[in-house]
Design a binder for this molecule. Structure first.
Ligand code: AMP
Ligand code: GLY
Length: 433
């Protein structure tokens, strides 16, 4: 490893990429960061020059390889699921780059939910009951034979977080099965799962293929509106740590990671990078809802800042299979992320985002851009999840207050900013018990 002057490539366009850029920029080993595709707001936290490629897709393997060679990349961090699925890690590794992120084969644990469920069954990883289908007709027959059960119907392939459809009854289940066509190839195979009821959490580990270390736990708030109403989003706020994860739950999570990392290695698919366990606690027992082959977003925004090690050193040790000799240290602070998005129903068009400088002056907050562009001194947004405000503190109340103090200073032209005002409510409620 070179001591100085390293160039890091980050593959991601959202808040997750922004926090990785921030963290890598703090390392004295790093002198330049390249982000594909990246966004303009990523640059505000970086202590090093950042070059973005906003028009390049994370699946454009040839071009990414060309840029990596031209820029003499020393380390690539592949953080986005579709890049993993397309095999970017395999391609970069073959060309002798140092890479953090799973290969196409190891990443199957995310991009093929049917395969992932069979893997979990083989390695005795607790999961809901499930049935895999390639035929809508057979699936409808199955529902007709089990008319009084509640199910989740899930496209097996990647579907931008929208592939899991809850079905309260047989009518909804049949409708959901028919909707699998919407996901194209990703919905050709689908999984019908038992609907579990419990509290969700996410847990993250990093592995070099043979050993792993836990990075932390978080609770994601997925529904669009306050009081957990409205449609599921990719995550519109989150909090770490979360009191759902007590010692017993943590131990179960650790055991699941152990089985998974060893299982993948014995399947000849060693996993290098961050592994995300989406869990649900049902009567004190952890079940796996899903694995993701990457950091969560916005979970990364609350967990990455708490890692006290030199982030470049950590990633290099993972890339080179030396995690065994590296001890990860986290600061144990509480962090709350609140996500700003366009007001639901507003037409997607370029609008100015106000208040960034004011918000950044507050203590204990960081702003991570997801879809923000800069034109001269002004910031603009157009659609989707736009940015994440992260507040930190000794405990959740302080972290949450800081995040909201900053959020209330921000606005979008025409009063078009939407965010939830109750992120972290479950932990606050448990504190009051
Ligand atoms: P996924 O796309 O698998 O992350 O699912 C999205 C969300 O649907 C999860 O975060 C859960 O809230 C919910 N979900 C998925 N599968 C199940 C299940 N088997 N039981 C209960 N809830 C589920
Ligand atoms: N926040 C959920 C995810 O990244 O999948």
């Amino acid at each position: 490893m070179k001591k100085k002057g390293n160039t890091v490539l980050v593959i991601d366009g959202g808040g997750r990429g922004a926090v990785l850029v921030h963290k890598y920029s703090q390392s004295p080993h790093v002198s330049k960061i390249i982000v594909i595709p990246g966004n303009d707001l990523m640059k505000i936290n970086s202590q090093k020059p950042v070059k973005i490629f906003p028009n390049l897709k994370t699946t454009s393997l040839k071009e990414i390889l060309k840029i990596s060679k031209k820029e003499k990349v020393d380390l690539a961090d592949v953080a986005q699921d579709n890049a993993v699925e397309t095999g970017l890690v395999d391609k970069l590794t073959k060309e002798k780059f140092n890479v953090v992120g799973p290969t196409h084969a190891a990443g199957q644990i995310e991009w093929d939910k049917a395969w992932a469920r069979e893997f979990m069954k083989k390695y005795k990883i607790p999961s809901p009951d499930y049935h895999i289908f390639n035929s809508q007709k057979k699936a409808i027959n199955f529902i007709n034979k089990n008319p009084s059960k509640r199910f989740f119907i899930k496209a097996s392939g990647l579907a931008e977080g929208k592939g899991a459809i809850p079905a309260e009854n047989a009518k909804e289940a049949i409708k959901a099965i028919k909707q699998m066509d919407r996901f194209g190839k990703s919905g050709e195979t689908f999984v019908i799962e038992e609907w579990l009821v419990g509290e969700e959490f996410s847990m993250f580990a990093i592995t070099d293929g043979s050993t792993f270390q836990i990075l932390g736990c978080a609770e994601d708030y997925k529904r669009l509106y306050d009081r957990d109403l409205g449609p599921n989003t990719g995550g519109i706020g989150c909090i770490t740590p979360t009191s759902v994860v007590n010692k017993k739950i943590y131990k179960q999570g650790e055991l699941i990671f152990k089985k998974t990392v060893l299982g993948l290695a014995s399947e000849k698919r060693p996993y290098k990078g961050v592994l995300y366990l989406g869990g649900m606690v049902v009567e004190g027992k952890v079940f796996v809802i899903e694995f993701n082959a990457r950091w969560g977003d916005p979970e990364a925004e609350v967990l990455v800042p708490g890692i006290e090690n030199d982030f470049f050193e950590l990633s290099m040790n993972v890339a080179q299979g030396n995690l065994r000799n590296f001890k990860i240290i986290v600061d144990g602070k509480s962090r709350v992320a609140v996500t700003g998005s366009l007001r639901p129903g507003a037409i997607n068009k370029k609008r100015e985002l106000f208040g960034i400088e004011k918000a950044l002056r507050l203590k204990g907050i960081t702003l991570y851009g997801a879809r923000v562009t800069k034109d001269k001194d002004k910031y603009f947004v157009s659609s989707g999840r736009l940015f994440h405000v992260v507040g930190e503190g000794k405990a959740v109340i302080e972290a949450r207050k800081r995040a909201y103090d900053a959020m209330f200073l921000l606005s979008i032209e025409g009063n078009n900013l939407h965010f939830r005002t109750d992120i972290g409510w479950r932990d606050v409620k448990r504190l009051r018990k």
